[in-house]
Design a protein around this ligand. Structure first.
Ligand code: BG6
Length: 526
């Protein structure tokens, strides 16, 4: 693949993973292969917010794919709870349609759908009416035949319902682990700032112990994100250079081509900082910067991640302006639900410093936006230039691109190492070229959707890939000062950018003022 900065491209839809003649693919292991310990106990997954988008677009398709691949434990049942009056069959019929649309699995296979549909049940009820939880508990007991079962309560509701659900589960003894494990999954947003996150944690802890709580960030379920752990901790070659002696800076970009669209009402109160930075971007930063845990278990992994957040240098209010750039795409104010004078940032770039021995002096640039050039999530480890100029007759080193490692999280999952080579012929003429690993060439089959491994992890009780209470609170502590500063009426409105740009001009100028450039490359899908 040619290395080509500032390339612009566009794509959409699922990426096919296939072998090529030169490079026969090796098969993906079924997700089940990584979950040999799932108990033989029956499992009940209770979804609050059963008639919502998350359930139909993500959760049920993920469960269906797990079932098809044989990864879902045999005695698993799914119980939906929401206000919409529906029978079991009506919910099954509606899920059949949405699953066919969102499962990324080709035409629905009738026999496997029928097997799956038989595990689906629906219980109408109102989260605001505690007595409906008594009815739900009776129904669950009935379905579980009065015996033991591990339960997962999945909060797929609007965030204002998290606390009432937790209270009612507590009031009806539904968190007590006498008849099997009781776990709760909490979706993002987990609070809207440090104070609300602390109070939500405190509330949850009145009913559930921390070991029962799974705060989900679907980025951690992405294969290519987990692969960062493999890249760093299953290899020896990267460790010696993964530090301030060799790394000049790190860029973490989550660019989205889609605009805000129908989500204007929510998005205008969240903005890019709450929607993307506090969760997904900080998670990517943590896995990039963390030390190797002594063991691969939830407590060791999360201890190391939290240490990264603890090492991030707090910024004084007067330092915030210089530590970031805000942008808004030109058409944003015309989106439904967005006020005509909105000052919400749909693009943000911030600079964080990790004050520890490994990263002292290495800036971490985090950037994300809607309506950008293309959909790409990538982490760029930008290396330092060599200490000595030998080839000044070619492009001088100051104008030459330095080595970099590009970790493509999505949609062209893979890794590229960029380095200089001599162009054949007379003279020492150099060109940047690359070594590449690509999932699509290396592995056959469809990559599991992020929710698939995460759902199995919850069923197994493995919280390694879920945020701990202190982790979410620390994340808010880092992002809150930016949110507050960017909301100040004294500040000019965010800089405009055209739909399809890589953000506002000020973002390029800001990087240039620090002697660096963004690595803006749309991935090439094969
Ligand atoms: C969600 C945000 O958490 O992540 C959305 O609320 C965003 O605004 C989405 O589009 C991005 O997820 P992915 O997996 O498509 O990169």
């Amino acid at each position: 693949m040619p290395v080509d900065g500032n390339a612009k491209g566009s794509h959409d839809g699922p990426v096919a993973f296939r072998a090529t003649a030169e490079c026969p693919a090796r098969g993906l292991l079924p997700v089940a292969a990584f979950h040999p310990h799932l108990s033989a106990m029956p499992h009940t997954i209770v979804i609050f917010g059963a008639s919502g988008d998350l359930t139909s677009r993500k959760l049920v398709p993920a469960l269906y794919n797990l079932m098809r691949s044989g990864a879902l434990p045999d005695h698993t049942r799914i119980v939906g709870f929401s206000r919409t009056p529906m029978t079991d069959d009506e919910w099954r019929t509606s899920l059949r349609e949405t699953t066919a649309k969102h499962c990324d699995c080709g035409p629905l296979d009738e026999p496997s759908w029928q097997t799956f549909a038989a595990t689906i049940h629906y219980q109408p009820g109102d989260i605001g009416r505690p007595e409906d939880f008594a009815v739900l508990e009776t129904r669950l007991r009935q379905l579980e035949g009065g015996g033991e079962a591990d339960r997962v309560y999945y909060l797929a509701t609007a965030p204002q319902f998290y606390e009432p659900v937790v209270s009612s589960l507590g009031a009806h003894g539904m968190a007590v682990q006498d008849h099997g494990a009781r776990r709760i999954v909490v979706e993002k947003p987990f609070g809207t700032d440090l104070t609300t996150a602390q109070s939500l944690n405190a509330h949850i802890h009145t009913v559930f112990r921390e070991s029962q709580v799974f705060r989900i960030d679907h980025y951690l379920g992405k294969e290519s994100v987990q692969n960062i752990l493999a890249l760093r901790f299953a290899n020896t070659i990267f460790e010696p250079i993964w530090n301030r002696r060799y790394v000049d800076h790190v860029q973490i970009t989550v660019a989205e081509e889609v605009p805000v669209g129908r989500r204007g009402g929510y998005y205008d109160t969240a903005g890019v900082l709450r929607d993307m930075f506090q969760n997904h971007l900080l998670q990517l930063l943590m896995v990039t910067a963390m030390e190797a845990p002594a063991r691969f278990n939830a407590s060791a992994v999360r201890n190391e991640k939290v240490k990264v957040l603890e090492a991030i240098r707090p910024l004084l209010p007067e330092q915030i302006a210089a530590a970031g750039v805000r942008g808004q795409y030109r058409d944003y104010r015309h989106e439904p639900g967005v006020p005509a004078d909105s000052r919400t940032a749909t693009f943000g770039a911030i600079r964080l410093e990790v004050d520890n021995w490994r990263w002292q002096g290495v800036p971490f640039y985090l950037r994300s936006g809607k309506a950008m050039s293309c959909r790409t999530t990538q982490i760029v480890i930008g290396f330092r230039q060599p200490p000595l100029e030998l080839f000044a007759n070619d492009t001088p080193m100051s104008a030459r691109e330095a080595n970099r490692l590009v970790i493509q999280i999505q949609p062209a999952e893979g890794i590229q190492l960029h380095f200089h080579t001599k162009v054949p012929g007379a003279g020492m003429h150099l060109r940047l070229t690359d070594l590449e690993f690509s999932y699509s060439r290396e592995f056959a089959g469809r990559l599991p959707e992020a929710y698939e491994p995460l759902l199995l992890d919850v069923m197994e009780g493995d919280a390694s890939l879920f945020a701990r209470a202190d982790e979410v609170e620390k994340s808010w502590e880092i992002i809150d000062p930016f949110v507050q500063a960017w909301a100040s009426p004294d500040l000019a409105p965010p800089d405009l950018y055209e739909n399809g740009d890589w953000g506002p001009m000020s973002s390029f100028e800001w990087m240039a003022s620090q002697g660096r450039t963004w690595f803006d490359m749309c991935p090439v899908l094969t």
